[in-house]
Design a protein around this ligand. Structure first.
Ligand code: AHR
Length: 509
């Protein structure tokens, strides 16, 4: 017994040594706001791909799984709790094969040639998407087909969705929807440098201008988004923006940024059971987002004909791992504490670029890549990424504020990256909120909040004992937010962030 007690005391002392490390003082400049964090920064992406949406979001009215008009009740309730501001649909690569008429009225069964030739029943089509968005109170982001479609088909689709008069409006009514829906955002093409046609930037810029000239809705026009480049590639987008008519035909341009542990598309790395080298490399690669956005914004601002409101839309981002087995549905992956850290790091970066980043869409919503939710038959589980989105909800629509702190360093092997990341904002009702991430896999980092003029802070923390801790159908609460508060002690107002943690706090006056 004595020996055990001694061992426990020694271990406790070692733990204290290991965690009593760097401390930084956070300051926030409330007098120089960066800009409004558009709620759409917390947007989602729903592509017809692998195990989405069939069986996971859409089960059909006749399913044994409880549903409302074919949408699963459990998944809907979980999504509803996220205050989803906008959903991009139907792709992705799939959008350039999507025939909208297959998904209205009598449905046509096709194959999904973009994603493995699986059966595409088209039972989730325009009506189902727009009704889902309407029930969630989410804006709509429609990606039109410029690959296998035509400008006429795109124009007809927009008329079907938004017209109040004429044959297409009547056809929509005959299919069960009296009032038009609203298209808030319109993507014209997707990854045209890749799956969207492998075309040059000049060819795409002309094609874009053609489609944008005819893609009109009844009533207010959607914001039109150019499909831009990816990662550090600037040239493709830069060339598109040189097109003489683009400034009058677009409200923004997109960029896609995925984080692979290895950076190698042939061997990306595993979703779970990975070594610390792949924890730090994934986070290092996720942190590239800062440089990507900075460079994209500089490139946009070089084009003086673009309006000050012209936006950068990060309409695909997230982690991308190798499939667990040969039978894993396309792009289905487990989601761990590492993913929650990646998500929160990205949120903090988006906040600091609030003046130009008008929307982002994590890839993707359910069962695909860095998903919010995983399903298997009637079972459903919320991922750590879901919890990060849920914790950061107060940032939607808040005003981003400049922060100053020393991020410290987290090193492993030959890599060294900033250990912590912080963003802050003021909510419309005047509350100061702070999002903090400790990306260090093994050490705590402390943040002195004493300069912020609050008597204390309260909020929640998401953390886990293991780097790859994740939720499963049999253990759904392994990674769950817990209450976290900071009160004034002998040392002042110190938030000690344990390794692998995400914290969101609200100041108490
Ligand atoms: O999100 C999965 C795929 O990644 C999208 O369809 C495509 O745009 C990107 O390459």
């Amino acid at each position: 017994m004595i020996r055990l007690a001694t061992l426990a005391a020694t271990l406790a002392a070692l733990t204290i040594c290991a965690t009593a490390d760097a401390q930084t003082r956070l300051t926030i400049d409330r007098s120089s706001p960066i800009g409004t964090i558009e709620p759409e920064v917390y947007g989602q992406f729903l592509e017809h791909l692998g195990a989405q949406p069939y069986g996971s979001i859409w089960v059909g009215e006749d399913s044994d799984i409880p549903n409302t008009d074919g949408i699963r009740d459990d998944v809907f309730a979980a999504l509803d709790a996220l205050n989803i501001p906008v959903i991009r649909w139907p792709g992705g690569c799939y959008s350039d094969r999507y025939q909208w008429r297959d998904g209205i009225g009598e449905r046509a069964v096709r194959t999904n040639a973009a994603w493995g030739g699986t059966v595409e029943p088209n039972t989730f089509g325009s009506h189902e998407f727009f009704n889902l968005a309407e029930r969630l109170g989410a804006k709509t982001y429609l990606n039109i087909n410029i690959g296998t479609g035509t400008p006429k088909e795109a124009a007809d689709w927009l008329e079907y969705i938004t017209a109040t008069k004429g044959d297409r409006a009547n056809e929509r009514r005959a299919n069960g929807r009296e009032n038009p829906w609203t298209i808030d955002y319109l993507a014209i093409g997707n990854e045209t440098w890749g799956c969207g046609g492998h075309v040059t930037a000049d060819y795409y810029a002309d094609t874009y201008a053609l489609y944008a000239s005819f893609a009109k809705t009844e009533g207010e026009q959607p914001a039109r988004i150019i499909s831009g480049s990816h990662d550090e590639n600037i040239e493709y987008s830069d060339t598109i923006l040189d097109h003489p008519y683009i400034a009058s035909l677009a409200e923004g341009i997109s960029v896609h940024v995925y984080s692979l542990p290895t950076g190698d598309w042939g061997a990306k790395g595993a979703a779970t059971g990975f070594p610390e080298a792949e924890w730090i490399s994934t986070i290092d690669r996720a942190l590239r987002m800062e440089g990507v956005i900075t460079d994209q914004v500089a490139m946009i601002e070089k084009h003086e004909d673009l309006s000050e409101d012209f936006g950068l839309y990060v309409d695909e981002w997230g982690t991308w791992y190798d499939p667990a087995t040969e039978d894993t549905p396309a792009l289905y992956q487990q989601n761990s504490m590492r993913d929650a850290v990646v998500a929160a790091l990205n949120f903090n970066i988006f906040h600091t670029h609030a003046e130009r980043v008008k929307m982002t869409n994590i890839a993707q919503m359910v069962n695909v890549l860095q998903a919010m939710i995983l399903t298997d038959g009637a079972e459903m589980v919320l991922t750590p990424t879901y919890h990060a989105f849920e914790m950061y909800k107060p940032f939607q629509g808040a005003t981003a504020l400049p922060v100053s702190y020393d991020a410290g360093a987290y090193s492993h092997g030959d890599r060294s990256i900033p250990a912590i990341s912080i963003s802050a904002a003021e909510t419309p009702d005047g509350n100061l909120i702070v999002g903090l991430v400790n990306a260090d896999a093994s050490a705590s980092h402390s943040v002195d909040l004493g300069a912020l003029g609050a008597s204390g802070f309260e909020g929640r923390i998401l953390t886990a004992d293991e780097m790859d801790a994740h939720n499963t159908f049999s253990a759904p609460d392994t990674v769950m937010p817990e209450p976290f508060s900071v009160r004034s002690g002998n040392n002042g107002l110190i938030a000690t962030l344990p390794p692998r943690s995400v914290v969101v706090l609200k100041a108490i006056e």
